[in-house]
Ligand binder design. Structure first.
Ligand code: C5P
Length: 228
């Protein structure tokens, strides 16, 4: 694998990975891989094209040829995402899309189909890779691996505020149940289950602000990578 700097940020839903990864990528001037978006896109596109979520062969074919474009801009707090030319940035963020994503993500042939595409994001000057298996499977040689956690209640609360902020209507108890189900599915599956890499640094963000998490990870980056 190449010697380009790679920072992996893994963890469960609502641990703050997405926000932290994007802010760090902006600060460092590095590329950003939102691997969860790829699984969301496969599930979202499958529905659009009426591909049965049980049909592993068709799903894997679709994943392999996924026509997706991400646009990263320093003044935006999300990656603009286009599927087959259509702006789906908001559409793939619903809890329904997240749940469907965690179902397709449990299928090994779908994961294999997305492997090369994810590794292609590893380009100079560096990469921040956000997901569940970035440190364990996709970038096992990453220079720094972070595993973010937070209590289930805190994660549900963050998700609630995030979705409400985007004008998406949700209920907190329903979110708690969905997060618990998604955690169970993501960590109990056999294909790349959610777990920290043995060499990952674990950070519980329950009582930390976004700025505090960023500061800690930045300090670690300065120790590990050749950055000023
Ligand atoms: O991170 P996000 O919530 O967008 O991910 C959606 C789903 O995609 C997760 O619940 C998980 O099942 C799956 N996923 C995965 N491996 C990754 C990233 C996401 O299995 N590297």
């Amino acid at each position: 694998m190449s010697n380009i700097s790679v920072l992996t940020i893994d963890g469960p839903s609502g641990s703050g990975k997405g926000t932290i990864s994007l802010l760090l990528a902006q600060k460092l001037g590095w590329h950003m891989l939102d691997s969860g978006a790829l699984y969301r896109l496969v599930a979202f596109g499958a529905e659009k094209h009426q591909i049965d979520l049980q049909d592993e062969v068709k799903l894997a074919d679709y994943a392999r040829t996924l026509d997706v474009r991400f646009e990263q801009a320093d003044d935006r707090d999300e990656l603009a995402t286009f599927l087959e030319g259509e702006d789906v940035t908001q559409g793939i963020r619903t809890e329904t899309a997240g749940n469907a994503a965690s179902k397709v993500a449990a299928i090994q042939v779908v994961r294999n189909a997305l492997l090369a595409r994810q590794r292609d994001f590893n380009q100079a000057p560096g990469l921040v890779a956000d997901g569940r298996d970035m440190g364990t499977t996709i970038f096992p040689d990453a220079g720094l691996k972070i595993f973010l956690t937070a209590s289930m209640e805190e994660r549900a609360d963050r998700r609630y505020k995030q979705l409400k902020g985007k004008g998406i209507d949700v209920s907190l108890p329903a979110l708690l149940t969905e997060i618990a189900e998604r955690d169970a599915r993501d960590s109990q599956r056999t294909a790349s289950p959610l777990k920290p890499a043995v060499d990952a640094i674990q950070l519980d963000t329950s009582n930390l602000s976004i700025d505090e998490v960023i500061q800690r990870v930045e300090q670690l980056c300065q120790q590990r990578f050749d950055i000023s």
